[in-house]
Design a protein around this ligand. Structure first.
Ligand code: AMP
Length: 353
């Protein structure tokens, strides 16, 4: 790589990390892990939570941690309490039936992959005696007696793999637990494609592979889609639009969902159809919900879009986040802001593709 390209890449990297690169294996992270383990040991009952509308990381990290704790501490009661699920992750198996309210009172709650309390799927998390937060999102809200947050990690699953690695003399794992964790690492890192992937990510993924998991089966489940969803993909490619400065967007109406017989998840997956278009560094899917609100999924290369999401009732990661708007007018306003953002980015940066 020549000197000019090196400096361009360095500039881009600093936009993402503020120049910090030594994120993994920090002393702070190690201390936080120790505190989490200490709390786990204190409690006989542990209830694990995640965000609603779960992705592979939310399901993988919760089920992975639960499996490790069950194997390691057969005398403890370990539960997963969540009020919704995502159909496309059904291959990872289900979760526990709802517990009565009283069961929460003497439990330690561990919330994974969820930046704010309002996004926790099971609202009864508040009944737990104490809470611990483990997350890799931009920290917008503090909650819990202990918080272990490493926003530079590529996934919460990577954090759970690191947790296992740090205490592997003490903790037990098997191929089932490793499958959950590996799946979340794969999905949240865009198949190990995003810049958040570090050497540590790959080493920890290797540690999970060493447990004897079947990657062929995992990828088959992640990629296979229904025939109608495949047809919708072709239709979506025709319908997507590009703004003057290169924001690509797709608006998925309730009518389209009906026509192609799409689940909300299938309709929402359309954001990934727009991810490799030249000159487009921001791409956005708007998906009409049944209740009049519109789900917004924002993705970008290099350009930070989470502040934009935050202005529209959302948040998430710098380049992968979500928001909600309540009318087509508001959707249009968000799109205009995204276009302006991209215009400024292109005017002030070199080296984007
Ligand atoms: P999604 O497009 O729903 O896959 O979201 C991308 C990332 O942003 C995920 O890590 C979500 O947890 C996070 N996210 C999505 N919507 C919101 C929101 N309204 N508030 C905070 N974080 C969000």
């Amino acid at each position: 790589m020549n000197e000019k390209m090196k400096s361009v890449f360095e500039k881009i990297k600093n936009v993402f990390t503020g120049g910090e690169t030594s994120h993994e294996n920090t002393q702070e992270g190690k201390e936080a892990m120790k505190n989490v383990l200490k709390k786990i040991k204190e409690y006989k009952k542990i209830i694990i939570f995640r965000h609603f509308r779960p992705d592979g990381d939310a399901v993988g990290s919760t089920k992975g941690l639960a499996a490790i704790l069950k194997l390691t501490y057969p005398d403890k009661e370990i539960y997963l309490q969540n009020d919704d699920y995502s159909e496309y992750l059904a291959f990872l198996g289900g979760e526990d039936a709802p517990l009565p309210d009283e069961a929460f009172q003497d439990a330690l709650g561990i919330v994974l992959d969820t930046a704010t309390q309002e996004r926790i799927s099971c609202k009864r998390f508040a009944l737990c005696k104490e809470l611990v937060k483990i997350d890799h999102h931009i920290p917008v809200q503090d909650y819990g007696v202990y918080q272990w947050v490493e926003e530079e990690r590529s996934s919460t699953c990577e954090m759970i793999a690191a947790f296992y690695e740090a205490f592997q003399n003490e903790l037990k794992i098997d191929s089932e637990a490793a499958t959950y964790i590996y799946t979340g690492m794969v999905t949240d890192s865009g198949r190990f494609r995003f810049r958040s992937v570090s050497g540590d990510t790959m080493r920890l993924a290797g540690l999970m592979l060493d447990q004897g998991i079947d990657v062929d089966v995992i990828y088959a489940h992640l990629y296979m889609k229904d025939f109608n969803a495949s047809k919708f993909e072709a239709y979506a490619h025709k319908k997507m639009k590009m703004t003057e400065n290169g924001v690509v967007s797709l608006y998925v109406t309730k009518g389209m969902k009906k026509k192609f017989n799409l689940s909300n998840e299938e309709a929402s997956a359309s954001v990934s159809y727009m991810d490799s278009i030249k000159n487009s560094l921001i791409w956005i899917a708007f998906i009409e919900n049944g209740d009049g609100s519109i789900r917004v999924r924002l993705r970008s290369r290099f350009v930070e879009v989470s502040s934009l999401a935050e202005r529209y009732h959302g948040g998430g990661h710098a380049c992968a986040c979500g928001a909600t708007v309540y009318s087509k007018k508001e959707a249009k306003a968000l799109l205009l802001e995204a276009d302006e953002l991209l215009k400024n980015y292109k005017a002030n940066n070199e080296g984007w593709l």
